[in-house]
Design a protein around this ligand. Structure first.
Ligand SMILES: Cc1ncc(COP(=O)(O)O)c(C=O)c1O
Length: 432
């Protein structure tokens, strides 16, 4: 325990009371003594097909013996093109050029650079501002933190990269406890973008970046009409629309991508997490043909069109893991299974609304949030809750006082019931 510094963790507290996993299988983690802990968080939104899938392990093992590494600058390998083809089949029509990276944070910063390069290629280079949203999470690199709408992330690092302005978040009391999309306020909230356009000038705005459902800050499902209005405004004002689908992608909201669930097509989609079922770090940015072709065609013959890339872009083992993962999603019809489990999950969680400490239960697809009432110090009750859940045998992510339930799509009705039972018992035992 001497030498590691854990991310997003109170390190002294962890060392005093370590919470470790030793192994995992299907919907279960096991601690170092072999105690089962039900994984109602899909790891960290990463593992919809369940843990330790043999097919993925075999594909990675075989790949590492055949071709362990290829640089992606001026060189490539066939599986990266195969993966791009497979992803293009899942994505909304027209969003079919893929740029590979290794994390959600890298995907967002890459998307931001693509937006800037696109406008520069069109000789519209004054468009450098980004519009984002309160309660947004776009990873931890400097671009993503500039977009972030989470107070602590912004407070510590948000001011270094400037040029991001924020719309209001999409939580409204009028839509309290709604399952799926709320009916109220969608168009009005989206018109925040119009106000920012009027204030800053469309000619200065490169892109509007949103999570279709804000995930990490507690599953804020956009009200009806919200995403449609953002699309309308972006199109009318020459602003690119970017959906950060790092959590929403790969069936989490019902369809392949949330773009398809909500019927709104952005110009760029970022994805990560479930792309390899969590087995190997991998992420991607899907770009519309128009954006891609504009950038590539603006460069002189033989010139590099986009000055960006990573050593690990399209790593062969990651591509092999992703291809095996997409096979599982297809062969097991896993997104359909998630769609079928969703009402069972959301109904069962809804029963927690009656508990005095529960402020709200909301969700869509296989993504839900049980928000606890604050005890006066925001996040304190949630922090205690997450520690006790581990002890009670349940894993999920908490942010502040929000417990985010995002089970693997292989979850059974019995495991849903177990999840709700542990949540209920643990909430009842929290200090009132
Ligand atoms: C919407 C969104 N974007 C970006 C990220 C950052 O991804 P990573 O942690 O892989 O860098 C996350 C992580 O949770 C996320 O939820």
């Amino acid at each position: 325990m001497e030498h590691q510094w854990l991310p997003f963790t109170p390190n002294r507290e962890f060392i005093a009371d370590p919470k470790m996993f030793g192994s995992a299988k299907d919907a279960w983690f096991y601690d170092l003594d072999g105690r089962p802990i039900l994984d109602a968080g899909s790891g960290l939104f990463t593992t919809p097909a369940g843990h330790c899938r043999r097919e993925i392990a075999d594909a990675v093992y075989a790949q590492l013996q055949e071709l362990d590494f290829t640089p992606s600058f001026l060189r490539s390998h066939p599986k990266s093109f195969m993966l791009a083809n497979r992803l293009a089949e899942l994505l909304p029509a027209g969003l079919d050029k893929l740029f590979f990276v290794s994390s959600g944070s890298e995907a967002i910063d890459t998307a931001m650079k693509i937006c800037l390069t696109y406008h520069r290629a069109r000789k519209d280079a004054s468009r450098t501002m980004f519009v984002s949203r309160e309660r947004a999470y776009h990873g931890v690199n400097f671009g993503g933190v500039a977009l972030a709408g989470m107070i602590n992330n912004r407070r510590h690092f948000g001011g270094i990269v400037t040029g991001a302005v924020h719309m209001r978040h999409t939580w409204l009391p009028d839509n309290l406890n709604v399952t799926g999309q709320g009916l109220h306020g969608g168009r009005e909230l989206a018109d925040d973008l119009l106000r920012l356009i009027q204030l800053h000038g469309a000619e200065n705005i490169a892109a509007c970046v949103v999570e279709p459902v804000a995930g990490s800050t507690g599953v804020l499902v956009p009200p009806v009409g919200y995403l449609e209005r953002l699309r309308e405004l972006c199109t009318a004002h020459g602003i690119l629309l970017v959906f950060d689908e790092v959590i929403c992608g790969f069936g989490r909201t019902g369809e392949n991508f949330a773009s398809q669930t909500f019927g709104v097509t952005p110009d760029i989609i970022t994805m990560a997490k479930a792309i390899t079922n969590g087995a190997i770090p991998m992420a991607a940015v899907a770009v519309s043909r128009t954006v891609h072709d504009t950038i590539v065609n603006a460069a002189a013959d033989g010139a590099i069109e986009f000055f960006h890339g990573y050593t690990w872009s399209a790593h062969p083992a990651a591509c092999a893991a992703a291809l095996a993962t997409l096979d599982i999603y297809r062969d097991d019809d896993l997104f359909a299974r998630g769609r079928a489990m969703s009402p069972i999950l959301l109904d069962a969680l809804g029963s927690l609304r009656e508990l005095p400490l529960v402020a709200e239960v909301r969700g869509i697809g296989m993504l839900a949030c049980v928000e606890l009432k604050s005890d006066g110090a925001p996040g304190r009750r949630g922090h205690l809750f997450q520690k006790r859940l581990y002890d009670a045998g349940l894993h999920l992510k908490t942010t502040g006082d929000n417990a985010i339930v995002s089970p693997p799509f292989i979850f059974t009705a019995e495991q849903v019931a177990q999840t709700v039972q542990i949540l209920k018992q643990t909430i009842l035992e929290l200090p009132q």
